[in-house]
Design a protein around this ligand. Structure first.
Ligand code: NDP
Length: 385
């Protein structure tokens, strides 16, 4: 029997379950590239329910206990936490990037039975991949489960910054009507140059969404997109992200966090941006130096910064991005809408069904990050150690 240790964010402050706002969610069967959404043998939850908080348990308890396995769910994940206490005999750890259970080399050393770290979402940078490789711990994630969710969020944030939405709403909510205060920073995005650093599922998803807005669309990536995709959306490719940034009105970061991208926006590179550029980062907080971003907002190099990713998560109460001027940060929410939760909960179930079958079944290559001591599948493509 396996012990599954799952770290999830705390329940709503008003109690669990929250009253449902809508009755169900649309049924999505395929992703934009034609691949299928997770397809476990069954699920024991109602799509659209809150699954990502502690009492939601990713809908896994019945399935695991019926198979003779045990499930521990906690939101206590800091030093000397319940997470640490359960690691020594855990076979599987599940965690969401929104509320990551950091699996450091020390923690991996304290988990001798661990077979796999499963990311309920996309982005496994909270796991020390080099240490996982050394220890033979597999790492997998539910590729594509929330890429569209994040692309929608980043597109919303680009529009809201350019149009000065949040400060204008604050004027209305505060009982005011000073239109001039609202519009002194409001523009149309039409005609602006928008560039993505990385044109993977999310980056290209944002470009596709902005295409009808009449923007000039640009990207940089390690590999070029197919010529027909470039032609369809009128994309301009740049080999260097800083050269691209110098020509952009809006820049959006959509690459994974790994050693070569950590703090790519720093004191040396911030000068590459046009004065008054907008920067959207829904990829990972550590792609940017937090203090450099706050200073750039204060001195006008950036006209706006928005995103939902921070470091660490949760960030301290005095993190500069909480209160920086012209920022539109949210907690890490874009990839954990109720719609996304239904997909990644099903994806985690699919992965566990594969591991717990006898004999075990291989998981989809696109879900594999580290397998049998090597970067594999999606991980071999997108990560470096
Ligand atoms: P994909 O794997 O589809 O795309 C990642 C892209 O980044 C690939 O095209 C890859 O290039 C490219 N890339 C890797 N390194 C670099 C680099 N140094 N410079 C430029 N491009 C690079 O992933 P997704 O689009 O689905 O997700 C992207 C990231 O977004 C995730 O890694 C995660 O950190 C974050 N994310 C955030 C979420 C949220 O809730 N805010 C939810 C989901 C993801 P190539 O393939 O050509 O080698």
């Amino acid at each position: 029997a396996a012990k599954v240790l799952c770290v999830l964010y705390p329940d709503p402050t008003g109690g669990y379950p929250p009253p449902p706002v809508r009755d169900g969610i649309p049924t999505i069967t395929h992703y934009p590239d034609g691949s299928t959404v997770p397809s476990p043998a069954a699920v024991d939850f109602t799509p659209g329910a809150l699954l990502g908080s502690v009492s939601g348990e990713l809908g896994l308890r019945h399935f695991l206990e019926a198979g003779g396995h045990s499930l521990v769910v906690t939101s206590d994940k800091g030093p000397d936490s319940a997470f640490d206490a359960h690691l020594p005999d855990a076979d599987f750890v599940i965690s969401q990037p929104f509320f990551p259970a950091y699996l450091t080399a020390e923690r991996l050393a304290a988990a001798p039975r661990l077979r796999a770290a499963i990311t309920a979402g996309i982005g496994s940078d909270h796991v020390d991949l080099a240490a996982a490789i050394d220890r033979g711990v597999n790492v997998c994630e539910v590729s594509y489960c929330n890429s569209v969710s994040v692309a929608e969020h980043a597109t919303m944030m680009a529009l809201s910054l350019v149009r000065n939405y949040l400060p204008s709403h604050a004027v209305a909510a505060g009982g005011g009507w000073n239109i001039a205060d609202c519009v002194a920073r409001a523009y149309d995005i039409e005609g602006m140059a928008v560039g993505t650093v990385a044109a993977g599922r999310i980056g290209l998803g944002i470009l596709r969404r902005l295409h009808p807005f009449g923007c000039a669309l640009h990207y940089t990536d390690r590999h070029r997109l197919p010529a027909d995709v470039e032609a369809q959306y009128g994309l301009t490719y740049w080999a260097s992200w800083t050269e691209m940034a110098a020509a952009m009105d809006v820049v959006t970061l959509n690459c994974p966090l790994h050693p070569e991208t950590e703090h790519m926006v720093n004191a040396d590179t911030i000068g590459a941006f046009k004065r008054g550029a907008y920067l959207i980062n829904t990829a990972r907080g550590k792609l940017c130096d937090a203090d450099v971003i706050a200073a750039a907002l204060a001195d006008g190099r950036l006209a706006g910064y928005a995103g939902d990713v921070w470091y660490p998560q949760p960030p301290p109460a005095d993190h500069p991005w909480r209160t920086a001027p012209w920022s539109g940060m949210t907690p890490h929410t874009s990839g954990t809408t109720l719609s996304a939760q239904a997909r990644y909960a099903a994806g985690v179930r699919e992965i566990l069904e594969c591991y717990l079958a006898s004999p075990p079944k291989p998981i989809r290559p696109e879900y594999q990050i580290v397998t049998d001591g090597k970067l594999a599948g999606a991980g071999a493509h997108a990560y470096s150690v």
